[in-house]
Design a protein. Sequence first.
Length: 223
Amino acid sequence: MKEINVLGIQLKDYALRESLKLVDGYMKNRALNTIAYISSQILVTADGNAAQKEWIESMDMTVCAETDILNTDGGLSKNRVKEVEEDAFLTEFLKKTAREKRKLFLLAETPEGLQLLQDELIGLQGNLQIVGKEVVAPEMNIDNLINEINDLVPDIILSRLPSPRQECLMYENKKKINAAVWLALLEGNVARTRRQNAWKRVMRYIYKKVFRKKVADYRNKEE
């Protein structure tokens, strides 16, 4: 495990093998453990936002989606770069989920997003056991959602909701939900190999540039 400070936010980076061992432990302890993918866009928007920073740092595990985040202090190994670029964690997590016949509950913000999430997950790993799914609209009664999840007792909640709402939901409801793991994905496609639309590619490029500038400014202030 490697601890890194990015724009004043403490992140813990686990190599693939270590992260999967942690997941094994999460499945055994059955206390809801939160895992969130983190992007440069999330870190840029969290800069200066104390609440969002607290939500991110409260996660039991963070999965950095971009090598730029992990390489802010240099020294990132080629093997770790490959793991991040190929999104090896999600691939192996889904394989483990299917192999161990874990039950999944899916969350997304719209019906279309929920169907797309399910289709992409099944495209990556065909024999997943999806026992429930729900649209989490902004006006939704979260207590009703929690009751629905707890009635089904899934092993894993897998969500793809807008940030920072996603991290806030995890932070505020962690102690209320009967599941072993809540894995939060980034908005966009699950599979890295699928094409994103032009607007998303442009926004991702812009946020990467902003992130690099903010990291450089933060370093200068620290020095």
